[in-house]
Design a protein around this ligand. Structure first.
Ligand SMILES: Nc1ncnc2c1ncn2[C@@H]1O[C@H](COP(=O)(O)OP(=O)(O)OP(=O)(O)O)[C@@H](O)[C@H]1O
Ligand SMILES: [Mg+2]
Length: 246
């Protein structure tokens, strides 16, 4: 098992966010965590990366317990967090700079700029780009990181619907090439169905995984996705079972 989370418990001051959360992710799998807004999805990723400390519980990567900031994870936060004083190329190559492989990463980054719709923008600053372009730059930065496990927090949430669809298609294609374990956090049911081997459904207050759905289909495309109405209905029903209407 690549990643195993056991009994993860966390509170922000008095507010309990996670209570004994358990889940695991197989090597090379693409697993989505789908849940309502405020259910604790971003909190889970911040606990994995060590940005936040759990009250209780364990995180194991390849069977080894990890604690604190970990280099096992490449994390793409929900808000893009590009440095405004660095160019797009320097932002994208941040991990190369940290790990001393800047030259190689610059070469690799230049190869991928076009795929990310960033060709010609490498010397621009983040403020000169649209929100969607900034998000794509942040995604490229994460994809270039060597870590085994990618943690993506609503990576396409800020993109317009057309670009989002293109990026999902791109990610579906890249899955094999990336050859990495991915944990994707999303609100978007179609995105989860389209991209995942498994969907973990999170309930709220405090959050637990209430259900999981395996998706076996190997030959996916948009036509296949459009035919998944029954799965969509089932997932929606399971989420709504747990949403408190206040
Ligand atoms: N720094 C913080 N201090 C106190 N409470 C917080 C803090 N960050 C988040 N929360 C609360 O914790 C809960 C879970 O937040 P989290 O950001 O993990 O949710 P989420 O599932 O990622 O939501 P969204 O889908 O809207 O991004 C929310 O109720 C939120 O208000
Ligand atoms: Mg969030």
């Amino acid at each position: 098992m690549k990643l195993r989370v056991e009994g993860l418990t966390f509170a922000y001051e008095q507010k309990k966010i996670l209570d004994n959360l358990d889940f695991s992710v197989e090597e090379g799998a693409f697993v989505s965590i789908l849940g309502p807004s405020g259910s604790g999805k971003s909190t889970i990723l911040k606990l994995l990366t060590g940005v936040l400390k759990p009250e209780k519980g364990e995180i194991l990567v390849d069977g080894q317990k990890i604690g604190g900031l970990s280099s096992q994870f490449a994390y793409m936060p929900q808000n893009d967090l590009l440095f405004p004083w660095k160019t797009i190329l320097d932002n994208v190559c941040l991990y190369g700079e940290i790990h001393g492989s800047l030259k190689e990463m610059r070469r690799e980054a230049r190869e991928h700029l076009a795929e990310f719709g960033l060709a010609g923008y490498e010397d621009c600053y983040p403020s000169q780009l649209s929100g969607g372009m900034r998000q794509r730059a942040a995604f490229l930065r994460t994809a270039l990181c060597r870590a085994d496990i990618l943690l993506l927090d609503e990576p396409f949430g800020a993109l317009d619907v057309i670009t989002r669809g293109e990026m999902q298609d791109w990610l579906l294609n890249m899955r094999k090439k990336l050859n990495r374990t991915v944990v994707l956090v999303t609100h978007d049911m179609d995105e989860a169905i389209y991209l995942s081997d498994r969907i973990l459904i999170l309930n709220q207050s405090p959050a637990r995984i209430v259900d999981e759905i395996a998706i076996e289909e190997r030959q996916r495309n948009r036509e296949w996705l459009y035919g998944q109405g029954a799965m969509r209905r089932e997932i929606y029903g399971r989420i709504m079972d747990y949403v408190d209407i206040k």
